[in-house]
Design a protein around this ligand. Structure first.
Ligand SMILES: [Zn+2]
Length: 442
């Protein structure tokens, strides 16, 4: 996987030297062993600020040993990194903290004692730091990650309301059907709206707000697929998702939540959790496809499969998309704990049936604006589609690896057409499958 090259400042001299040594065999290795121990090198520093959490990545040429602790009044996170010397790349971290970073006020970097560099993060609020390392993968060397999560995590719906992005059901709140042995007398007030009347014999297809979770794939450390012209999947899918969000917000009966609204990484299971927290009616993950051969082209729609993939290509693609967590970088210890508590062993048969209906409606609309890669909705084990209670689809909007389609993906009018097509598909799905009444917790 490629890295955001604009952050790379350190030439790969040490790597080049090691490659030479390797090539030289045992003689050179013994020469190397007699050299004084060389300090590890920080190759790149990256900062990904977001409301969810701010991530700081130090990419280096070896697995580093770190200690970290919190100091109170004022809040500071102190990190001691062993086996490195302060270098210009590491010093750049200071300038990379933006004034509007939600959690970091500033960072100070210094040589604490020989071979130990100390980073002091002055914080804007109490954080729960997660410090972990990632083994080399794709184009990345070793990564040391600091994820700063707020101790007082925000409620997702309260946040959306604050931003003015959450239309409430006021005026058409759905009450659960009353469970009564005898029919209730009809209300005498003529102005009481019908939807306020809880009646057991009324089918639960009342009008209410439909909540759509939009999931722009990748982000942050994970650029997704790359176009030959330099565009990145994470950017084009966010652009399409934002256009679709604006269009959904114009619908009188729909509201929308983005699983990410900026350039930062969201682990796959967190995307699912976010959708479940807002009790989404649909989950729509937006991606761009890639293949080694530039001529591969066309849009596709995928849903989950419980019994194997519908094709080898679909399985390959699901594996590739599921690798996002490895590239984007998750704290495995935490991840396992979360996974154990949700999602496992829940049947998704009903979800998949609904997802297929939604997928067909959307694929049909997309067929009107772009060539389809295959004529049918495909199935495979995409981790991000595993919410057992939310119909979920993954759209590969086009092949970013195809120069012609890469140009489309970065084109405003194609992005709008794609957003329109997905919205029309969603509307047609709901026209045939009206949303059921829900007992909402909001
Ligand atoms: Zn993708």
């Amino acid at each position: 996987m490629p890295r955001p090259t604009e952050f790379r400042t350190q030439p790969l001299t040490s790597r080049a030297r090691r490659t030479l040594l390797k090539a030289g065999g045992t003689l050179l290795v013994s020469v190397f062993a007699s050299l004084p121990a060389r300090a590890a090198q920080i190759l790149a520093v990256r900062v990904w600020p977001a409301d969810d959490y701010t991530r700081v990545t130090l990419e280096n040429d070896t697995d580093l040993k770190v200690n970290h602790f919190i100091i109170k009044n004022p809040e500071r996170l102190v990190v001691d990194i062993e086996g490195i010397d302060l270098n210009p790349t590491l010093k750049e971290l200071v300038a990379k903290i933006q004034p509007n970073d939600p959690y970091i006020r500033q960072v100070r970097v210094g040589q604490n004692r020989p071979n130990v560099v100390r980073l002091v993060f002055d914080l804007k609020e109490e954080v729960d730091p997660q410090v972990f390392t990632l083994a080399p993968i794709g184009e990345y060397k070793h990564r040391l990650i600091f994820d700063l999560y707020p101790v007082n995590a925000l409620d997702p719906i309260a946040e959306l309301i604050k931003k003015g992005e959450w239309a409430r059901d006021d005026g058409m709140t759905v009450k659960p059907p009353a469970v009564v042995a005898e029919p209730e007398p009809m209300p005498t007030q003529p102005d009481l709206p019908a939807s306020k009347i809880g009646r057991a014999d009324k089918p639960s297809t009342l009008s209410r707000m439909i909540t759509i979770a939009l999931d722009p794939g990748h982000g942050g450390e994970d650029p997704g697929a790359l176009g030959r012209g330099g565009s990145r999947e994470k950017d084009v899918v966010l652009a399409i998702a934002k256009r679709l969000k604006a269009k959904i917000e114009q619908q009188p009966n729909m509201r929308v939540m983005l699983t990410r609204d900026g350039d930062y990484f969201v682990p796959l299971n967190v995307r699912v959790q976010k959708a479940r927290k807002v009790q989404a009616d649909l989950f729509v993950s937006i991606h761009a496809d890639a293949f080694v051969e530039a001529r591969a082209r066309g849009s596709s729609v995928f849903v989950l499969s419980e019994k194997g993939a519908s094709s080898t290509a679909a399985r390959w693609l699901a594996n590739k998309e599921n690798a996002a967590d490895l590239i984007g970088g998750i704290n495995i210890k935490n991840h396992d704990r979360q996974l154990a508590s949700v999602l496992l062993d829940l049947s998704t048969t009903a979800q998949i049936n609904d997802s297929l209906k939604l997928g067909k409606a959307v694929l049909n609309e997309i067929g009107g604006i772009n060539r389809l890669h295959r004529g049918d909705v495909e199935q495979a084990g995409f981790a991000v589609l595993k919410a057992p209670d939310i119909p979920s689809i993954l759209i590969e909007t086009a092949f970013i690896s195809n120069p012609e389609e890469e140009a489309k993906l970065t084109d405003e009018s194609y992005q709008n057409q794609m957003a329109d097509a997905v919205l029309n598909g969603i509307k047609k799905y709901f026209a045939k499958n009206p949303p059921l009444a829900k007992n909402r917790m909001t």
